[in-house]
Design a protein. Structure first.
Length: 335
């Protein structure tokens, strides 16, 4: 979803450019609105990632962004950057890799390397966790750094619980969230519909030297997996879901965010443990609003107490201090 979520299929398009397609009627009927007191609420909540040693947003503008990933400067498209760049053009020309997207080629054929030709992958690090960056044909490099705010929050919940914690990562992509959870001591189930994403995630586990940590890697449609877990009686303390606007599962299953998200949210509630900690939803869809996700999450978790926090994930720019909005989120937290 990473699925065909842009994170979830083998050839991932830009999530912000995905177009709705025809789909069959949802197999799962809509449930009546839940009764019970709505959770407390916090909104808007802006979670910000600042420039750091492993990653920094250097500058942005004119529909592009200049980022530092480890040793490399990377120039990529960014539709949200509607302002002018703060740095002069000569600074942008220092980029080691530029995504052009102007050919029909796959993989690295859509990248230009102004200085020295680079390999497909390179070693990266997040908070001490090693992983592989990769130049892909859909402009991404294998990590969404704005999600670091969620990863830190999740890690704090796992450590503070002082008991065995089970984490389900739906639409898990290349597995950074799964690795953070496993390092913190959780048992992790990672689900993604893309075989390539699962393989990449396994490589990242090896890179991170976390091979002995309990992570189940499952290549399957996220909705189908969650439905089966409900029937089996499987339960999780933390659930992460980062669905695409549109996606297909490995057996042709169709996912449409606005059609399927309500049912997925209900499933997530159904497979929570008796002492749950959190459900974290992130969406990269320009037609959505965090107010819409906020209302859905409060309705879904009615009667369970806790709090629903919703807003945007942003990255602080190094050059001018501007905040680049990357995605919307809504999360239910038990306490």
């Amino acid at each position: 979803m990473k699925v065909q979520r842009d994170k979830k299929h083998e050839k991932r398009p830009d999530r912000r450019l995905e177009k709705p397609r025809e789909r069959e009627a949802p197999a799962r009927p809509r449930q009546p609105r839940r009764q019970g007191a709505l959770p407390a609420e916090t909104l808007p909540l802006i979670l910000e990632v600042e420039p750091g040693a492993d990653y920094a947003l250097i500058d942005s503008g004119d529909g592009r962004k200049l980022e530092r990933y480890g040793p490399y400067l990377i120039d990529r498209p960014e539709g949200q950057a509607i302002w002018r760049p703060a740095l002069p053009e000569r600074e942008w020309r220092q980029a080691d890799a530029v995504f052009t997207g102007d050919t029909d080629e796959e993989g690295m054929g859509r990248w230009r390397f102004p200085k020295t030709p680079l390999g497909e992958t390179w070693p990266m690090k997040h908070d001490g966790i090693d992983y592989l960056g990769r130049f892909t044909s859909f402009r991404h490099v294998g990590v969404f750094p704005e999600q670091a705010s969620h990863w830190r929050h999740m890690e704090e919940l796992i450590v503070a619980a002082k008991r065995p914690i089970k984490v389900l990562n739906l639409f898990g992509y290349t597995g950074l969230a799964s690795l953070v959870a496993a390092r913190a001591g959780a048992q992790v189930t990672h689900v993604d519909a893309s075989k390539k994403a699962i393989q990449w995630a396994r490589e990242n586990q090896e890179m991170a030297r976390l091979s002995q940590k309990p992570i189940r890697w499952i290549c399957e449609d996220a909705m189908r997996f969650a439905e089966r877990e409900e029937r089996r009686g499987s339960r999780y303390d933390i659930i992460l879901l980062d669905p695409p606007a549109y996606g297909r599962g490995p057996k042709g299953e169709v996912w449409q965010l606005f059609d399927d998200l309500p049912a997925m949210a209900e499933l997530c509630r159904a497979i929570l443990s008796p002492k749950p900690l959190a459900v974290v939803l992130t969406a990269y869809s320009i037609r959505a609003s965090f107010f819409a996700m906020h209302a859905l999450m409060r309705d879904t978790f009615a009667g369970m107490g806790g709090r629903v926090e919703s807003g945007e994930l942003v990255i602080r720019e190094e050059a001018a201090g501007r905040r680049l909005s990357t995605s919307l989120f809504s999360r239910w937290v038990a306490s």
